[in-house]
Ligand binder design. Structure first.
Ligand SMILES: *[C@@H]1O[C@H](CO)[C@@H](O)[C@H](O)[C@H]1NC(C)=O
Ligand SMILES: *[C@@H]1O[C@H](CO)[C@@H](O)[C@H](O)[C@H]1NC(C)=O
Length: 332
């Protein structure tokens, strides 16, 4: 089973005292959704999200399923698995076997799904094989990535005549006018990827498999400090605690390690702790907790506390990078 889809733990029936029975799904608990992250996405975050969702879609599509309701609210961050996951399969269908005609959400609906909705609304009978394909998901993802990159909701834009006439020109314009991204970053790879998802003809649109081969995914981005505040992980990074001068005296260093372990252990089960003596990460405290519910609690309680008159800044840190011993240097 693909871990980029929300995990279903079980199904049960709830009988209320009034005799109403409800089928309930017991699902894995996840963290923030992409809709809550909508401003100031870093390129690291856009790339992370794009890759995770494309891998989830590649899996779904290979199995013959269409998600059919991709939107920021249906993409959630999993702190323990450190990836974005797809939720809400309420409109999903097997390709070639589409029973629901009203698919996708306004703003994220592919042109062919729009047409199908309109025909169904007008009561026009459709041919047996006129269903939508997995390409509708690629369209939605194109819009989501464009919103993440620009930080703008595109609901009104995608309704406009200008968009329907030439959406590629609007995508070009959004990329050309976004001055927040450093000129050194080849954002045109992302632009071209998005444009290949937003082709009107579903047959020409890229597939999840081919999208994953885009050169955009070979660019090494580092997370911004905002990413590490917003996206929980089992690892905490404490800043502003230790002065460089304390790092070079072995005895003092050992004392600091002991003190930090003791302090951090108060909030949860500490698996490992690291205080680099040199850059990258010099003087920062990295604390790995048993799971993200412990690290989240610790982050909440440690933030704003003072040690030796200094305010603690506690952010999360990607567990995968920490495990590889990779300490990002450019975290501004
Ligand atoms: C089950 O039903 C009870 C009584 O109607 C209700 O209070 C409760 O929230 C329901 N639980 C779930 C998980 O739906
Ligand atoms: C997290 O780890 C702690 C310590 O091992 C454990 O007590 C707690 O139940 C775990 N929480 C979850 C949600 O797994």
């Amino acid at each position: 089973m693909c871990s980029l889809l929300v995990t279903l733990y079980g199904v049960f029936t709830n009988h209320s005292c009034t005799g109403v029975t409800t089928r309930c799904l017991l699902l894995e608990l996840l963290d923030v959704s992409v809709s809550e992250l909508l401003q100031g996405h870093s390129m690291w975050l856009v790339q992370h999200c794009a890759r995770d969702i494309l891998e989830a879609l590649a899996f779904l599509h290979r199995e013959g399923y269409v998600h059919a309701d991709l939107k920021p609210r249906n993409i959630l961050w999993s702190a323990d698995d450190e990836c974005f996951k797809l939720i809400d399969f309420g409109l999903s269908f097997k390709e070639g076997n589409q029973d629901v005609k009203y698919i996708q959400t306004d703003g994220y609906r592919a042109p062919e799904a729009e047409l199908q909705n309109n025909l169904a609304q007008a009561g026009v009978e459709m041919e047996g094989d006129s269903g939508c394909s997995s390409a509708v998901d690629m369209w939605s993802l194109g819009i989501i990535l464009l919103e993440m990159f620009s930080g703008i909701k595109l609901k009104d834009t995608v309704r406009s005549k200008e968009w329907k006439d030439n959406c590629a020109a609007i995508v070009d314009h959004i990329f050309a006018s976004n001055s927040l991204v450093s000129p050194a970053i080849p954002v045109y790879h992302l632009r071209d990827l998005i444009k290949s998802m937003l082709l009107n003809n579903p047959k020409q649109r890229c597939t999840a498999e081919t999208a994953l081969l885009s050169p955009f995914f070979s660019i090494p981005f580092a997370p911004h400090i905002e990413d590490m505040v917003l996206l929980p992980s089992p690892v905490l990074r404490l800043l502003n605690l230790i002065e460089d001068s304390h790092l070079h005296n072995d005895e003092e260093y050992e004392d600091i390690l002991e003190d930090m372990k003791e302090e951090c252990q108060k909030y949860g089960s500490v698996v490992s702790l690291l205080i680099p003596k040199e850059n990258p990460g010099k003087g920062q405290v990295f604390v790995e907790y048993a799971n993200s519910s412990d690290s989240k609690e610790a982050q909440r309680l440690l933030t704003g506390r003072t040690f030796d008159g200094k305010f603690v800044v506690a952010t999360f840190y990607p567990l995968s990078a920490y495990k590889r011993g990779y300490l990002y240097q450019t975290v501004q």
